[in-house]
Ligand binder design. Structure first.
Ligand code: NAG
Ligand code: NAG
Ligand code: NAG
Ligand code: NAG
Ligand code: NAG
Length: 593
């Protein structure tokens, strides 16, 4: 792809948004303003993706195109609630996936085939470099149909305007699918036979949660494959299917959807289950002749697969980032306070900080890690090296603002023998186990971990921690996020979150790592190098006006060593600042490099 020799300067408010000669868009981050409660009141985030106001849910059509990252998202332009009937595709662009400028909505419910809402979908870069959007429209008749849209001017580096051809819908509702169970087309991919494929969710015959495959040779006429890609019979309706190839175990680079025949390549199918509002994935084999997917270890019911995140994220979607040869994941983290709270604060919903995803060495699970660009926000740094935290110990990490932080800790257990023995039925429900054994329940090894968003008197704090158990001659590592004391406010949903970390801690020398991103109302944690992720929303009262503290703690009887801890304060990114129309076409100009 030809590099744009474009250097355009766009000034809006006091921000500089510029394309460098390598055509990447940069928005200068502002200095950390942790005391800026006007902006951050009610948990507004500093570096997670949010529109300036109103409701957002699913990430849509993420892509990297002509040196620019695009993120579209389900958006209600009229308020902070879901707003069925009004959903549009909000649109923002970025040069680094961290700082974002918002544009006008890309797609709005203005046509007969989407008059009642423009719902989720994906972007596909067609040969020649022109992107296409596939999305679900709720038609004037109230039926879910699949539509296509193209840039009005494919040379516009920001792809501001999108055109919906009048031949839409390209995929009408099939006869065996009820009108409100047919949605969320995936990114399309070309098969070795030269035909396009896309995956779309449907309830077939009123009972089965199916992921259907449609094929096309012109992106316009689509024909359904007889066999579904996958069926999750017990799971009810699924949505937001994401099928993507992963390189051989342990290779961190991402793959695009080009036809692949190599034996090293595996595929991941991610589905979002409406019964539980959780995202599940399986590693398996995709047969590009039959267009079917077989999970390798797990059964057909996606609700028995691994979860992408054991906290609260939903409707995730990944894309191949050709700029850095990696696969990047977005997902929606909803509010867990009340709808009345959302209306009062004027917004609802954040996206997770984008994560790189790849297949672990074990070939069975994904690893997820915040994209490296987060480092551009790092300012103050403090650390610990080799500190032993004894039973009952609490060590404050002083020197970084506790509301905007990136903390990486490597814990080392000097003596694993102290682990409590494990009851096999605990395997069934780790979330419940985290509820029964919260941060204040002492154990043999653990609970040990971080206390984040802690008030001066520790009355409010969110604990992210591990416990190690002995199970026959193996050890099991449980990871929990305990929200029970996250806020003194009433009416907030505070479930225990938890999962096992699928790793052999003994083979790792008794070491387990934890990374936690703190952003006002978001606590995103990565256990065991990103094998287990837990995203939580928190609404501490103290953070509205006071300082938040950060601690390492150990409430187990056995000592735990902090082999290494690095905590960074993070600056406030420039994320969709302002109300609307932030980039004025008239202020765009071609300029010197
Ligand atoms: C949808 O939009 C209309 C205006 O077009 C507005 O009157 C209505 O309140 C909106 N509904 C929601 C739920 O936001
Ligand atoms: C398309 O966009 C390019 C780049 O911004 C611009 O030079 C050109 O005039 C646009 N074409 C139309 C028809 O608007
Ligand atoms: C894909 O399915 C076809 C038809 O069942 C079969 O002949 C072929 O061996 C399969 N390919 C792989 C890689 O399993
Ligand atoms: C949003 O959060 C609530 C808790 O307030 C939860 O019960 C619900 O399932 C969540 N919705 C989605 C779509 O994740
Ligand atoms: C550790 O345990 C003590 C005693 O039960 C308790 O007071 C304290 O709050 C616990 N720490 C955490 C982080 O829960």
């Amino acid at each position: 792809m030809a590099v744009l020799s474009l250097a355009a300067c766009v000034a809006f408010l006091h921000l500089l948004l510029l394309f460098s000669s390598s055509s990447s868009l940069r928005l200068a981050p502002k200095a950390a303003e942790s005391s800026d409660s006007a902006r951050h009141g009610s948990g507004r985030t500093a570096y997670h993706f949010q529109p300036a106001k109103n409701w957002q849910n699913d990430p849509n059509g993420p892509m990297y195109h002509n040196g620019m990252y695009h993120l579209f998202y389900q958006y209600n332009p009229h308020g902070a609630t879901w707003g069925v009937g009004n959903l549009s595709w909000g649109h923002s662009v970025s040069g680094d996936l961290v700082n974002w400028a918002s544009l006008d909505a890309a797609i709005e419910p203005t046509s007969p085939f989407d008059a009642n809402g423009c719902w989720s979908g994906s972007a596909t870069i067609l040969p020649g470099g022109v992107p296409a959007i596939l999305y679900t429209g709720i038609s004037a008749d109230g039926e879910q149909v699949q539509n296509v849209a193209f840039p009005k001017n494919a040379s516009d580096p920001l792809l501001r305007e999108w055109v919906k051809p009048s031949y839409n819908p390209v995929i009408p509702l099939p006869a065996d699918v009820p009108g409100d169970f047919f949605r969320d087309p995936s990114t399309a991919w070309l098969g070795r036979d030269g035909l396009w494929r896309l995956a779309v969710s449907a309830k077939v015959g009123n009972a089965v949660g199916s992921t259907l495959i449609y094929r096309s040779n012109d992106f316009r006429l689509w024909e359904r494959n007889v066999a579904p890609l996958q069926e999750s019979r017990a799971a009810g309706m699924v949505e937001c299917p994401d099928l993507f190839p992963v390189a051989e175990p342990g290779a961190e680079e991402g793959l695009d959807h080009a036809p692949r025949t190599g034996t090293g390549v595996r595929h991941v199918l991610k589905l979002s289950a409406t019964d539980t509002f959780q995202d599940y994935y399986a590693v398996g084999r995709y047969n590009d002749t039959t267009d079917t997917f077989e999970p390798e270890d797990d059964g057909d019911d996606c609700q028995s697969w691994r979860r992408l995140d054991y906290g609260h994220v939903y409707a995730s979607k990944s894309f191949f980032d050709a700029r850095k040869n990696r696969r990047v994941l977005w997902a929606w983290a909803n509010e867990t306070d009340s709808q009345a709270d959302d209306v009062a604060k004027g917004w609802s919903g954040v996206q997770i900080f984008p994560r790189k995803v790849w297949l672990d060495n074990d070939g069975k699970q994904l690893r997820q890690w915040p994209i490296e660009e987060i480092e551009t926000l790092r300012s103050r740094k403090v650390g610990l090296l080799g500190t032993v935290v004894n039973s009952g110990g609490v060590n404050e990490i002083v020197g970084v603002a506790g509301t905007q932080a990136d903390v990486e800790v490597v814990f080392e257990i000097p003596a694993l023998e102290g682990a409590e023995s494990f009851e096999p039925n605990w395997l069934l429900d780790p979330q419940r186990l985290c509820g029964e054994k919260g941060a204040s329940v002492p154990g043999g090894i653990g609970p040990f971990g971080l206390l984040v968003m802690a008030s001066d008197d520790l009355q409010e704090h969110t604990a992210v921690f591990f416990r190690v158990f002995r199970h026959h001659d193996k050890y099991r590592v449980l990871m929990c996020t305990d929200l029970s004391r996250s806020t003194t406010r009433a009416g907030v949903y505070k479930p225990p979150y938890g999962a096992f970390v699928d790793m052999d801690i003994e083979a790792h020398g008794g070491i387990v790592s934890l990374r936690t991103l703190v952003d006002h109302s978001v606590v995103e944690s990565f256990g065991g190098g990103g094998r287990t992720c837990i995203t939580a929303r928190v609404y501490p009262e103290h953070a509205e006006n006071g300082n938040s503290h950060l601690y390492v703690f150990n409430n187990g009887t056995g000592a735990v060593k902090v082999a290494k801890l690095e905590a960074y304060e993070l600056a406030t990114a420039t994320v969709n600042v302002g109300d609307d129309g932030l980039i004025q076409p008239s202020s765009m100009r071609r300029g010197e490099a």
